[in-house]
Design a protein around this ligand. Structure first.
Ligand SMILES: NC(=O)c1ccc[n+]([C@@H]2O[C@H](COP(=O)([O-])OP(=O)(O)OC[C@H]3O[C@@H](n4cnc5c(N)ncnc54)[C@H](O)[C@@H]3O)[C@@H](O)[C@H]2O)c1
Length: 347
């Protein structure tokens, strides 16, 4: 299945299906024929899929170099970014060459950022290996590293030249990492697509390719309308404002997907309190059926303060994304002073 993404900065194809990896060489031939390929991956993905990408590239006559980072969010920092840039420079990677990010969102964000700044920008192919990276981080062009002061504080917009989402990679994911990605897929259903939401109610296993491809198309629509995140793209933050707050309060002990699940429930409950909708039971039901722990160990004021420190806050107000009905959401700006009392009624 091919989803075409057309943004002002670049148009590209996202190929998503079981076995999509066989489209890697045709994609490279189209956008980077003759380039040397700078693979970035992490040690876990590298050890599970040892040599897989390398043999595909080698058999097709592509020359490549490989840079392996330690797996996990702790690697998504300026030091790893610059180590990869130095590596590419020492290997003689040129402006006509191509970065290939093979891994989850951490590898994708680092590889994307590096491609956007190396010699002022080189080609980038994303080969995501987690569900989250397939449906979210590999599409849309946002790249970032974390700074000491917070997550994703330095980054760029750099659209890939092609994305290969082979759903077979999800077979080796740990259960909790797979579930984290499910939170994002459920998010797309709640905010944009009632049919997707309905199908997800009976579990994702029987509709994985559909769920991945549909999520990518929904993200594509949002990104095409607002590539640089100045308005409409904010709806993708459903569950994330409170989710990021919980992640931060837990010192990142609570995983991103679990925190987003808790955040989606809080946002649904807030929509109920504000008389916007009555979806809390439905949203709680689907999240519980995927095995999410929906408890929130923090009080209203802690969550409100942490949410107000989100980088997406504008002035004294924060823009909540609230579900109006399944498949439709609204943006609801709220003042810091009102957020705490709203949360007291929700938690
Ligand atoms: N740029 C964006 O638009 C965007 C959007 C959402 C999230 N993100 C970023 O994505 C990151 C999270 O991504 P993630 O959840 O993929 O985390 P991740 O990249 O850390 O991967 C999670 C774990 O799964 C392992 N793994 C990856 N693929 C595997 C496979 N096929 N089989 C077995 N293990 C595998 C990794 O080694 C890692 O240990 C965060 O840094 C977040 O900020 C970016």
């Amino acid at each position: 299945m091919i989803t075409e993404v057309k943004t002002p900065s670049r148009s590209y194809e996202v190929i998503s299906k079981s076995g999509a990896l066989c489209s890697l060489i045709p994609t490279l031939d189209k956008v980077a024929r003759g380039s040397r390929i700078a693979i970035i991956t992490d040690d876990k993905v590298d050890s599970i899929y040892k040599g897989r990408i390398e043999s595909i590239l080698g058999d097709a006559g592509y020359r490549f170099v490989k840079f392996v980072i330690k797996n996990g969010e702790a690697s998504k920092n300026p030091e790893t970014l610059f180590a990869f840039l130095e590596f590419m420079a020492s290997e003689g990677i040129t402006r006509s060459d191509c970065v290939l990010a093979f891994g989850g969102g951490v590898v994708g964000d680092l590889g994307g950022f590096a491609a956007s700044v190396y010699q002022r920008g080189i080609k980038l192919i994303q080969v995501p290996t987690t569900l989250l990276a397939m449906v979210d981080s590999s599409v849309g062009g946002k790249t970032a590293v974390d700074l000491k002061a917070g997550k994703n504080l330095a980054g760029s917009f750099w659209q890939p030249f092609g994305v290969i989402c082979d759903t077979d990679f999800t077979k080796t994911l740990p259960k909790d990492v797979f579930r984290d990605g499910c939170a994002e897929v459920i998010k797309y259903g709640v905010i944009l697509d009632a049919t997707l939401f309905e199908r997800l109610k009976s579990g994702i296993d029987g509709c994985l390719e559909y769920a991945v491809t549909r999520s990518i198309a929904l993200k594509r629509d949002v990104v095409e309308a607002d590539e640089k995140d100045t308005g409409a793209r904010a709806i993708l933050n459903f569950g994330h404002t409170f989710g990021h707050a919980i992640e931060k309060l837990s010192r990142f002990e609570v995983s991103h997907g679990s925190a987003v699940a808790k955040g989606m429930l809080i946002a649904s409950s807030a929509a109920g309190q504000l008389g916007i909708s009555d979806l809390t039971d439905q949203i709680r039901g689907i999240l519980l059926s995927y095995g999410f722990d929906l408890s929130c160990p923090y009080g209203a004021s802690e969550v409100a303060i942490a949410a107000m420190s989100d980088k997406k806050r504008s002035g004294e107000a924060i823009n909540l994304i609230l579900p109006e009905k399944i498949g439709k959401c609204v943006q609801y700006p709220i003042k810091a002073s009102e957020l705490c009392s709203l949360l007291e009624a929700c938690l």
